[in-house]
Write a new protein. Structure first.
Ligand code: ADP
Ligand code: MG
Lengths: 733, 228, 80, 80
């Protein structure tokens, strides 16, 4: 007997994560009891992962418009115009829970998934980035997770031939039981060749392409939204295995087919596989779709309809073709040795109709399925504001340089070379700024244009003040892009939070959204796509609120782009932006003094914008030879990074009358850059006109960092700890 | 000069190679599909980098058995210049056109970084624009570049000047520390005894631009133009 | 004592390598082959004469390092 | 008929994977281990009942594709 003839029991309903209230709505929609297959479909469509039930209300507040925006949120990825008939298609996506359970495959399939979101829109992926958060380095799982995640990201992207050019990695005990793996892909398309998921044309064939369907990750989408418990190790067989080779073939085959005109719409099969892709296509097109599930290419024997609908087997796509174009399309997929099957048709019923050897096993009205999907305006509570920390509360260090060495060799600030050397960051031959700088920069092929990209978030600020933290993440991303000379265009975001049913967590989410919105509007940096990952919580221990921002920007002439290494000795070093010595929530406070106190540094969006525009203008005029934004660890860490990367030291002067030296050097005031020039008069002049804070800070040269009238430290000593931490930590793993 | 670049399923550095050849020769190479049985009449055949057939089983093993490789072997025997880069080098060893094998890096990790190479033979069709013992800087990007051959083969390669590139430091020191992947005797690139088939793990095609990535790879492509 | 550990993918777990090998064999003209799967063997020499103890040690190694028990099964053979 | 092909590195061929596993085991605190080697197992289902014929087929597959005889040995087990 097929499971679809079985009577639905309350246990089944509960097992599917459907609440009593939700089941009532389901019955109203169906007007009868659902089949097992139908119940499964409701379950995944109404899961947090697919329905955004906790977040949707708030996401709607994000600013999504701008004249550069071709497509905002709501499609597989955002699309931004970069002129010359070209568009950038990009999005970030989380694969947090799967990566915790099986770091290699979890991360790999995360990368595979986000790449499909990009090429399903007709764009060739040209860069990958990733934002990673792990638990405390001393936690027994951290090494294993880090090594698996990095290998998984690397192997998938490397095989696809897409350079992985940037990212960020933090460690904090709050992620011990819930790591974060957020992957971003950036693709290039023609503005008149963007593909969407909206199905149309009654009677048109619905076509399945890619790898075969197995029982991979059944109920993965619901798992991804369920809080972990101690049994999560048991859920193992639902792990999906990635096949980057199949995806590379799928990429080439799809792009080859897209070069013609036979596709009406196309949609990757991501979370909730065939269910969400077919529902999305039908919903967007206000049509029905009938699927003949027995026609789906299967990898395993005895598969049932509900399994085919829920399977999260990777490397698959669903398309609607123009009538009569099947053979032409099939020839391309045959050539690339991929499965191709006509598995259904577009109907005028606005129902998702599922057939199994001719029998109807499911028949759901699409509109109510989508529209009645729950949306909760969850209760939320504001994080209490903290006062600005009085700098007198921080004792001055005995040796600034000893503290610098400690910070440069710390888990959060040390070099990530161990990670990015496992990523092919050079393939395609267009990488201009490699990992290790601020934003990554790649050339748009066959042009003078460069594309800058960065991912950023500072969770220790967000937890102290979600709104400021949300603003800061946007501002820092914008600043990183700006520091290369590029103009930031648009952003994608990945909202990683703990359990939203706790008001304080929901408050973090709401605050972050408000801060992000404010900054995105002020900086003309609209949101074009994103992803939400909630319930990152194990046994009541939640992660730090982590709204990751991924941004892109354009520089018209790559020969003008500026990088962080000093270029020669004897150049003037200047600080742009005001330094007040803000110590609250700084890395220095946390890692040197062991204190996580005070309000995080405020973000003054007017200043941010003014300073950024100044930097871009000065770079365009050729006045800046090296530039670096000032972030974690403050001025001295930024300076040390510039020195190490160039092997040119620096001598600096302190203005003792203004701020205590350690606060001046390690404080984390926002909106600042450190730059070098051989024409400081011109820069000072420009700053005066635009009312930008600018301060002479020192000169490049020597083989160490030297504070005039004070300490000196050799670059060799800094480099040793800076380059040494991660390889030492990961040794023999 | 006419050239061809072979495309296998999973090849992914073909455009990098095409750009480099085009820049050196002014002519775009023809792209040849792995399933073809014939090659056009060309002076140079390039097998580019990537993950042919996913690098499953052994890197290059399945590509080496594809129809087009039979044609490549025939051309090789007729003296046509053949360059295998990275996965291309692996395919050349798997198909027997070059001796030895490329095994997993000793770190077991994929490794992408710039490295110095010592040019040990500047008298080949692929390196005549370099000077003997010149140090060039190019990137590697591979998981399986750990060159292995038995001692007899290694001695023969060295004796006959068939070792073309070795991993070194900026001063040309060749030792364990400068051997980034565990290759025997730091071997990064070799040539066959007839001098027409070369394989190398590093990517000269990603170093052809003064603005980024350096231009030390140009010498290799210019050498081929010179020789042909 | 020498031990041999066979590591195979669990049933139902996608085996991209096996799939690719199957394809390659078919295109080389071999016929009648199906369900190609690839696994690993790890051989270890042990300084341990007690079979029971050796078995327990190896099992421990499998759980801690050799096998990825999320997606792989292993079995241990002692070769005396 | 099912066949199992064991592919191992020849003696004298360096085995980076085996070496790394050995290192890792040692650093995990395991002692008394030596000479760790990693090989491959390939399982194939064959549409062939004649054992001799199957053996010959598989041998052919090994020579043509499955093993790189420059560095690897193989042995074939038929599982009936
Ligand atoms: N935090 C967010 N901000 C803006 N848009 C978002 C956010 N989270 C999700 N979205 C949008 O919602 C849609 C669905 O996202 P997702 O479920 O991740 O897509 P997919 O199923 O294609 O991977 C996408 O258009 C995405 O850009
Ligand atoms: Mg999608």
């Amino acid at each position: 007997m097929s499971i679809d003839n079985v009577k639905i029991t309350p246990e089944m309903i509960a097992d599917h994560g459907i609440s009593d209230g939700e089941y009532k709505i389901l019955l109203e929609i169906m007007g009868r009891e659902p089949t097992f297959c139908e119940l499964s479909i409701f379950s995944v469509m109404w899961s947090e992962h697919c329905s955004y039930k906790s977040s949707r209300f708030w996401l709607k507040q994000l600013p999504t418009e701008g004249k550069q925006v071709i497509q905002g949120p709501g499609e597989n990825a955002g699309v931004v115009d970069i002129g010359d008939g070209q568009a950038i298609v990009f999005k970030i996506e989380s694969h947090n829970h799967p990566s915790f359970i099986e770091p290699y495959q979890g991360a790999a399939t995360g990368v595979g998934g986000i790449m499909r979101d990009i090429f399903t829109m007709g764009a060739r992926p040209i860069a990958n980035l990733n934002a990673l958060r792990f638990g405390d380095p001393s936690h027994p799982k951290t090494k294993h997770l880090l090594s698996g995640v990095v290998a998984g990201i690397g192997d998938y992207g490397n095989c696809m031939g897409v350079p992985t050019v940037g990212g960020e990695t933090n460690f904090d005990k709050a992620y011990n039981g819930n790591i974060l793996v957020n992957a971003m892909t950036v693709g290039l398309a023609k503005t008149d060749k963007i593909f969407y998921s909206k199905a149309s044309g009654i009677g048109n064939p619905v076509v399945y392409v890619g790898s075969k369907t197995g029982r991979d990750g059944i109920h993965g989408a619901t798992m991804a939204s369920a809080e972990f418990d101690d049994n999560s190790d048991e859920k193992r067989p639902t792990v999906q295995v990635g096949d980057p080779f199949a995806e590379k073939l799928l990429l080439e085959a799809c792009l080859e087919l897209m070069a013609g005109d036979s596709i009406i719409s196309i949609q990757d099969m991501g979370a909730a596989g065939l269910t969400s892709s077919s529902v999305e296509m039908a919903d967007k097109g206000a049509v029905g779709i009938e699927l003949w599930l027995d026609k789906v290419p299967m990898r395993e024997e005895g598969m049932q309809p509900f399994e085919l609908m829920l399977s999260e087997s990777q490397e698959r796509m669903l398309m609607v073709l123009k009538p009569g174009r099947e053979a032409e399309a099939k020839a391309i997929f045959d050539k690339w040795q991929l499965d191709f099957a006509v598995i259904g048709t577009v109907t005028d019923t606005r129902h998702l109709t599922l057939k199994w050897h001719g029998d109807v096993v499911g028949n759901i009205p699409v509109l109510p399925l989508v529209e009645a999907s729950p949306m909760y305006e969850r209760e939320w509570q504001k994080t209490p504001k903290e006062n600005k920390l009085d700098n007198d509360a921080t004792t001055a260090p005995e040796s600034i340089m000893a503290d610098l060495v400690k910070l440069m060799g710390s888990a959060d600030l040390s070099s990530r070379r161990w990670i990015w050397e496992q990523y092919d960051h050079l393939i395609m031959g267009e990488t201009i700024i490699e990992p290790g700088g601020d934003a990554a920069l790649i050339r748009i092929p066959d042009s003078k244009k460069g594309l800058a990209m960065s991912v950023d978030c500072t969770p220790r600020y967000v937890v102290a003040d979600p709104k400021t933290g949300g603003m800061q993440a946007v501002a820092e991303c914008w600043r990183n892009i700006t520091a290369t000379g590029a103009k930031p265009l648009a952003l994608t975001n990945n909202m990683n939070f703990a359990n939203p049913e706790r008001p304080i967590i929901m408050g973090q989410f709401v605050g972050s959204i408000k801060g992000m919105s404010k900054a995105a509007i002020a900086l003309d940096f609209p949101v074009v796509s994103g992803n939400v990952s909630l319930y990152n919580e194990t046994k009541g221990e939640g992660i730090l609120p982590t709204p990751v921002i991924g941004g892109i920007g354009i520089i018209d002439d790559i020969s003008k782009a500026v990088t962080i290494p000093f270029k020669k000795s004897g150049e003037e070093i200047l600080i742009i932006g005001e330094t007040t010595g803000w110590m609250g929530r700084s890395i220095y406070m946390r890692d040197i003094l062991g204190l996580e106190l005070g309000a995080p540094p405020p973000v003054d969006l007017e200043e941010e914008k003014k300073n950024g525009e100044f930097i871009r203008d000065a770079i365009d005029k050729g006045l800046i030879s090296a530039s670096h934004d000032i972030a974690d660890g403050g001025i001295l860490v930024a300076l040390a990074e510039m020195s190490i990367s160039s092997n040119i030291g620096a001598s600096i002067m302190l203005h003792r009358d203004q701020v205590e030296p350690h606060a001046y050097l390690f404080g984390e005031d926002q909106g600042r850059y450190i730059i070098t020039t051989d024409d400081s008069d011109a820069l000072l002049g420009l700053a005066a006109i635009t009312h930008v804070h600018i301060a002479k800070f020192g000169k490049t040269g020597g083989d160490g960092l030297h504070i005039s009238g004070g300490e000196t430290i050799s670059l060799a000593a800094i480099r040793e700890t800076y380059e040494g931490w991660m390889p030492d930590f990961m040794a023999y793993n | 000069m006419k050239s061809a670049v072979i495309l296998f399923p999973g090849t992914n550095r073909e455009n990098d190679a095409i750009k480099a050849i085009e820049q050196a020769s002014g002519k775009r190479p023809e792209i040849i599909w792995h399933g073809d049985n014939d090659l056009p009449d060309v002076d140079l055949i390039v097998i580019p980098g990537g993950f042919s057939y996913g690098d499953y089983l052994r890197c290059g093993s399945m590509a080496a058995k594809s129809p087009i490789m039979r044609a490549v072997i025939t051309r090789a025997n007729n003296g046509v210049a053949i360059l295998g880069i990275c996965n291309g080098f692996q395919i050349l060893t798997e198909s027997g056109l070059l001796p030895g094998a490329l095994m997993r890096n000793s770190s077991l990790k994929f490794i992408c970084k710039r490295t110095n190479l010592l040019v040990e033979n500047a008298d080949t069709s692929f390196t005549n624009q370099y000077k003997l013992n010149e140090i060039i800087n190019v990137a590697v990007a591979h998981h399986d570049g750990n060159y292995f051959a038995d001692d007899e083969t290694l001695n023969r390669l060295e004796g006959e000047g068939q070792v073309v590139f070795r991993y070194s430091d900026i001063d040309g020191n060749v030792n364990d520390e400068t051997c980034l992947n565990g290759s025997q005797r730091n071997i990064a690139g070799i040539i066959n005894d007839k001098g027409n088939v070369m394989g190398m793990m590093p990517h000269p095609e990603n170093a052809i631009n003064n603005l980024y990535g350096g231009s030390d790879g140009c010498g290799l492509f210019n050498s081929i133009m010179e020789a042909i | 004592m020498k031990a041999k550990v066979n590591i195979t993918l669990k049933n139902g777990v996608l085996d991209p390598q096996g799939k690719a090998i199957e394809h390659a064999l078919l295109s080389l003209g071999f016929t009648g082959i199906d369900n190609v799967r690839q696994g690993k063997v790890i051989e270890i020499e042990l300084d341990e004469d007690n079979a029971e103890k050796a078995q327990a040690d190896i099992k421990n190694m499998c759980e801690k390092l050799l096998a990825n028990t999320v997606i792989e099964n292993y079995d241990i053979e002692l070769l005396g």
